[in-house]
Design a protein around this ligand. Sequence first.
Ligand SMILES: [Zn+2]
Ligand SMILES: [Zn+2]
Ligand SMILES: [Zn+2]
Length: 349
Amino acid sequence: MKIFKCGHCDHPLFFENIDCGNCGHLSGYRDDDRQMLTFDPTRTSLLSDREKIVYKYCKNREHGICNWLIPENAEEVFCRACQLNRTIPDLSNKINLQRWKSLEVAKHRLIYQLQKIGLDLRSRMTHPDGLCFDFIAKNDNADIMTGHASGVITILLREADDVLREQAKQEMEERYRTLIGHLRHEVGHYFWEQLIAKDQSALRSFRDFFGNEEANYGDALKAYYKNGAPENWRDSYISKYATSHPWEDWAETWAHYLHIMDMVETAHFFGLEVNHKDILENMKIASSFDPYTIEDFETIVQTCVPLSFAVNSINRAMGIPDVYPFVITPAVVNKMKFIHQLLLPKRKL
Ligand SMILES: [Zn+2]
Ligand SMILES: [Zn+2]
Ligand SMILES: [Zn+2]
C-alpha cells in the first residue's frame, strides 16, 4: 500500500483516513489514480484542496466504513469497492457494524491492490462474470460458510472477531489467519475461473505448476481433513492447506503473491532499506522499486525475504507474532512467477 499526503498541509495520511490529523481537513480516496484528496471542512461542498474539483463521498461513509470519492455529478452512490457488496449485515446490531467495518478495511485494501494490478472488477449484480461479496452474520443461516462460489465471495462476520479468529487459527493449526488473508485467498478462486479456466494455454501451464484440478474436490478435502498434509509439504507448498487440492494450492499461492507484492510496495513507498553489513551479509535490500512495475519476480522475492526478516524481528521485540511467518521455497517461487507472468499484461503502468 502506498502512503498518502494531505493536500493542504502535506502531513502523511493512511489509506483509511477520513481527515488529516494535523490540519483537520477532510480526506478521501480517489481510485482512478490512487490519490488521497483533502477538503476544507468549513465549505459546504467537497472542493478538493489541490485541484479544486468537487466530489461526493461514497454512501457507506455514513456508516464510517468507506472514505472513497465519487465525482459530484456521477449517478452512483457507492464507490467501486462498495458497489461489489451484495449482502451486508443487519446494522441495527452494533457488533455487526463493528465487525463489518473491520472486514471493509481489509476489502478496500484488496480492491486497491486488484485495481493496481489492472484486474477487471465488475459487479456480479450487473455482469454474469462479475464478482460480489456477501458479509454474513452466522445466525442468518447456519449452513453458510466463508468461501467462494461462481463469483460470490462469502465472508462470515465472526472472522472479524479477534478471539474467535484466534480460536479457529489454533484449531486449524494455522500460522496465520487474518481478514486480508481470507479475502486474498477467496478472490484467488474467482480469478482462477476468470484467468485460467477460460484459457486453454493458461490451464495447461497451471497444471504444470499446481497439478490437475480435475481431481474430485470434495474427496480431496475430505482426505486432507482426515490425513493432514504430507510430511514434506514445505518443499512445494506455501501452507499445509495448499496440499489439499490444486485449487486450494492456487488460492493459497495467489494470496501469498498478493501479500508479497503489498509488503514490497509498502517498503518502497517508505524507502525502507535493510542493510546491516555484518549480520545480513546476503540480505541487503533497497526497496527502490514499485514491485508492480517489475517484470522479474525473482527481484521482488529477493527483496521480500530480508524485509520480512527485519519486520518479523521488530514484531518479536514487541512480543507479537511474525508478520510473515512463512518460508518461500524455490518450488513456491516458481508458482508465484507463473502468477506474476500471468498478471503482467494486465498492468496499466
Ligand atoms: Zn493536513
Ligand atoms: Zn465505498
Ligand atoms: Zn479456498
